[in-house]
Design a protein around this ligand. Structure first.
Ligand code: NOJ
Length: 633
C-alpha cells in the first residue's frame, strides 16, 4: 500500500502513480529526471506533502493515495508468444456516417451512401472500417445517445441496408467494426423512460437516480458544460449524465446492466460484425458513493470529478467480463476510447495477457502540454515525436498501440500544425507517412486521405455540435460573444464533421440538397474527384503509402528504433523485420532543410518532395516538411 511513509520511487513504480506524475510533469514541461533523480526519488511522501502544503491539501492526498492503490497489478513486461492478430496489421478508416454520403437526398449521410463508396474505400488500401453510431437515436449527440441498440436510425436506413453493407464489406475482403456506446444511453431509451416514470421499476437501478430533496448529489461537471446532474421536477429526482443531459449514465455496478450489454454485443457479433470501438469505456466504473470531485484537481485540470471514474475500481473486472461473455467467443476485436488515462494504465487495459481490450485510444498526443482543444495555438510536431519515442520505450511484446491524431471529436491536424495553405500538401502527406509507417495500428479519419483542413465557419449558426453549442452559451455569458466564438472556432468538433468533399459540384457530391452541416467555403482542387486526376495529390500518395505497407512486412510488424532522437525538427526511425530494414525520416518544420541520415546506397521508396531524383546520393536533405522512406541496403 502506498501512503505517506512510502518513497517517491515507490509511487513512481506503480502504474497509476507513474501516469499521474508523468502527466503532471508533462503539463509543467519538466523531464522525468525531476522525480527519478536519487535525491527526490528517495524522499518520503510525507516530505512531499509538507513541501507542497500551500498548493495541495489533505483531501488531494487522500484522493491521490486512493487512486494509486486502486491498481495492484503491473503491466506485463513481455509476452512469450505475441499474437499476429489481423488488427495489428490492418489500416482502419473511421466513417462518420452522417457526413459520408447521402443516398436519398435528405441532406444526411446514410448506410446506402456508405455502400455506394465501398469501391473507393477498397481502392484506398484500407482493411477495416469503423462506423460512428448508426443506431436509433434522437441525435442529441449525433447518435452517441442511443435509444435502441438493436435498431437503425431512420435517417441512416434500415437493418436490411445494414446487412447488405456488411455483406458487401466482407465481399471486398474488408472488415467492419461498430461504435459501442454503453457508458450511457439516450434519455429516450425504454430502460430510462421506464425507470424515470416508475420508481419501482427494475430499471431504476440501471441508472444513477438520486432524490431531489437532498439537493445536488455531488459537484461533478458534465463534459458538455454545466453540472453532471439533471433534475426532473415532476419526479423530484436527479440523474447523472457525464455528457449531455439527454445521455444518462448507466450504472455498471448493477449486474443486469452488464448482462444486457453483453447480450446486445453478442447480437451484433452474431450478425457478423468484426468488433467494436468502445466509447469512453474507461468511465463505466464510478467510485462508490459518488463523492465530490477534489477541488485542487479540479483547478489543475479545469474539470471537476473525473478522478472518481476515469479508472474506476471495477473497470478491469467489467472489461474482462465483457470480453469473456461477448468478444472472445466471436474472436471479435475491441478498441477502447479511454480519455485521460496514461501510458501505464493503457498497458493494463490493453496488454495481451490482460484479456480486456485489444487496443486503447490514448489522447495525450493531441494537444501540447498546458493546451486544450479549444485553444488557438500552433502544434509543434516535435512534441508528437517525443510522445511516440516515450511510448515506444515503454511498450513490450505484450503491448500494441493505436496510432492516430484525428477523429470526429477533434479539429484537423494539418490546421493545428500549420494553417498556411502553401504547406497543406506536403504537411498532409508527411502526416500520412507518419501514420502509416509508425509501429502500431493506424486509424485514419474520413477526409484525412484528402488532406482536409478546418472550416471557415461564419458564426455559431454554422455549428451543430451539442458540445460547442453548450459551451458557447456558457462562454458568451462569461466572456462576451466575440471571445466565445473565437474559442468555438478554434476547437469545434464540426471542423471534422462537415460532409465529405467528393467532387466540385454544389453539394460536393455528398448530397443533392442542403446538408445538415454546411461546408461554408468551396475547397477547389481538394475533392476526391479532383485528386483522382492528379498523380501528385495527397490522395494518390495515400494509396502509394498503403501499398508500401502491404509490400513491406517491416512496416507492419517490424521493431522500431529511433535515429538521432535528440535532433530538433528531425524525426527518424528504422523499422526492421527478418532482415528487412526501412528508414523513415521527416523534417518537422517549414523553414529550413535538414540533413538526411540515409546512406547513399539506401533505396528511396517514397518521398513527398520533388524532384527527389536531383538529390545527390550521400548528400540528401529533407526539404521543409519533407518525408522519405528508404529500403536500407
Ligand atoms: C466520445 C465520442 O467520441 C463523442 O463524440 C461523444 O460525444 C462522447 N463520447 C459521448 O458519447
Amino acid at each position: 500500500m502506498i501512503n505517506k511513509k512510502s518513497r517517491v520511487k515507490d509511487v513512481y513504480a506503480t502504474p497509476v502513480g507513474r501516469d499521474v506524475i508523468d502527466k503532471l510533469l508533462l503539463q509543467l514541461d519538466r523531464p522525468a529526471r525531476l522525480v527519478t533523480n536519487p535525491l527526490v526519488s528517495n524522499l518520503r511522501m510525507s516530505t512531499i506533502e509538507r513541501l507542497s502544503r500551500k498548493q495541495l491539501n489533505a483531501d488531494f492526498w487522500d484522493t491521490f493515495y486512493w487512486l494509486v492503490n486502486l491498481e495492484q497489478d503491473r503491466p506485463g513486461e513481455s509476452h512469450p508468444d505475441p499474437s499476429q492478430s489481423w488488427w495489428k496489421e490492418a489500416v482502419f478508416y473511421q466513417i462518420y456516417p452522417r457526413s459520408f454520403a447521402d443516398s436519398n437526398a435528405d441532406g444526411i449521410g446514410d448506410i446506402n451512401g456508405i455502400r455506394s463508396k465501398l469501391d473507393y474505400l477498397q481502392s484506398l488500401g484500407v482493411d477495416a472500417l469503423w462506423l460512428s453510431p448508426i443506431y436509433d437515436s434522437p441525435n442529441d449527440d449525433n447518435g452517441y445517445d442511443i435509444r435502441d441498440y438493436k435498431a437503425i436510425m431512420d435517417e441512416m436506413g434500415t437493418m436490411e441496408d445494414f446487412d447488405l453493407l456488411l455483406e458487401e464489406v466482407h465481399k471486398r475482403g474488408m472488415r467492419l467494426i461498430m461504435d459501442l456506446v454503453v457508458n450511457h444511453t439516450s434519455d429516450e431509451h425504454a430502460w430510462f423512460q421506464e425507470a424515470l416514470h416508475d420508481p419501482d421499476s427494475s430499471y431504476r437501478s440501471y441508472y444513477f437516480f438520486r432524490p431531489g430533496a437532498k439537493g445536488l448529489p455531488n459537484n461533478w461537471r458534465s463534459f458538455f458544460s454545466g453540472r453532471a446532474w439533471r433534475y426532473y421536477p415532476e419526479q423530484d429526482v436527479y440523474t447523472l449524465h457525464l455528457f449531455s443531459e439527454k445521455q444518462p449514465d448507466l450504472n455498471w455496478d448493477h449486474e443486469p446492466v452488464r448482462k444486457d450489454v453483453a447480450e446486445m454485443v453478442r447480437w451484433w457479433l452474431e450478425k457478423g460484425v468484426d468488433g467494436f470501438r468502445l466509447d469512453v469505456i474507461n468511465y463505466i466504473s464510478k467510485r462508490e458513493g459518488l463523492p465530490d470531485g477534489d477541488k485542487t484537481i479540479g483547478d489543475l485540470i479545469n474539470f471537476i470529478g473525473i478522478e472518481n471514474y476515469y479508472y474506476g475500481p471495477n473497470l478491469n473486472k467489467y472489461l474482462r467480463e465483457l470480453r469473456q461473455e461477448a468478444f472472445d467467443p466471436y474472436h471479435a476485436f475491441s478498441v477502447g476510447e479511454t480519455p485521460g488515462i496514461g501510458l501505464e494504465m493503457g498497458r493494463l487495459l490493453s496488454g495481451e495477457d490482460r484479456k480486456q481490450l485489444d487496443l486503447v485510444f490514448n489522447f495525450d498526443q493531441l494537444e501540447l502540454p498546458g493546451k486544450w482543444k479549444y485553444d488557438n495555438y500552433i502544434y509543434d510536431l516535435n512534441y508528437l515525436k517525443k510522445y511516440y519515442i516515450k511510448y515506444h520505450t515503454r511498450l513490450s511484446d505484450n503491448d500494441w498501440m493505436s496510432v492516430f491524431w484525428e477523429n470526429h471529436d477533434n479539429p484537423r491536424m494539418v490546421s493545428k500544425v500549420n494553417p498556411d495553405p502553401k504547406q497543406r500538401r506536403p504537411l498532409a502527406k508527411l502526416l500520412l507517412v507518419w501514420l502509416l509507417t509508425m509501429r502500431g495500428t493506424p486509424f485514419l479519419y474520413q477526409g484525412q486521405e484528402l488532406g482536409e483542413v478546418n472550416q471557415k465557419f461564419r458564426s455559431i449558426k454554422d455549428v451543430r455540435d451539442v458540445e460547442a453549442l453548450n459551451m458557447f452559451e456558457e462562454l458568451r455569458v462569461r466572456d462576451g460573444e466575440d471571445a466565445a466564438w473565437a474559442t468555438i472556432l478554434a476547437g469545434s468538433r464540426d471542423h471534422s464533421r462537415v460532409p465529405m468533399n467528393w467532387d466540385e459540384s454544389a453539394g460536393n457530391g455528398f448530397s443533392k440538397v442542403e446538408p445538415w452541416l454546411p461546408r461554408p467555403e468551396r475547397d477547389n482542387g481538394w475533392s476526391v474527384a479532383a485528386q483522382e486526376e492528379d498523380a501528385d495529390s495527397v490522395l494518390s500518395d495515400f494509396r502509394k503509402l498503403t501499398a508500401l505497407r502491404k509490400k513491406y512486412p517491416a512496416l507492419r510488424r517490424g521493431s522500431i528504433t529511433f535515429v538521432k532522437a535528440k535532433k530538433h525538427n528531425y524525426f527518424a526511425y528504422v523499422r526492421e523485420w527478418q532482415g528487412e530494414r526501412i528508414l523513415v525520416e521527416f523534417n518537422l518544420c517549414d523553414l529550413s532543410p535538414v540533413r538526411s541520415q540515409a546512406a547513399a546506397s539506401d533505396k528511396l521508396l517514397y518521398t513527398n518532395m520533388k524532384p527527389a531524383s536531383k538529390q545527390k546520393a550521400g548528400r540528401r536533405r529533407l526539404q521543409p516538411y519533407g518525408a522519405a522512406v528508404y529500403l536500407c541496403s
